[in-house]
Design a protein around this ligand. Structure first.
Ligand SMILES: [Zn+2]
Length: 73
């Protein structure tokens, strides 16, 4: 019954030490501030572009998008 259990791993090095990059103006809650402090979440700026990554790996530094369009037209 837990649909929020998706584990994000780095596609390059399989690390689970991943930071979610947030764009726009998030609602600053104490939870969000804690996540930013602990490195779980990073603010990517106010403008999200088509090629803006969604995640960054803290182990190898790779950045990637949630839905990578692989070979899709
Ligand atoms: Zn990595």
């Amino acid at each position: 019954m837990n649909s929020k259990s998706e584990k994000i791993i780095c596609p390059a090095c399989s690390s689970e030490n991943i930071t979610l990059i947030m764009y726009g103006m998030p609602a600053f809650s104490s939870k969000l501030m804690d996540e930013i402090k602990s490195g779980e979440t990073k603010l990517g700026g106010c403008c999200v572009r088509d090629d803006s990554p969604d995640y960054t790996c803290n182990s190898c530094g790779k950045e990637w998008k949630k839905e990578e369009k692989l070979g899709k037209d």
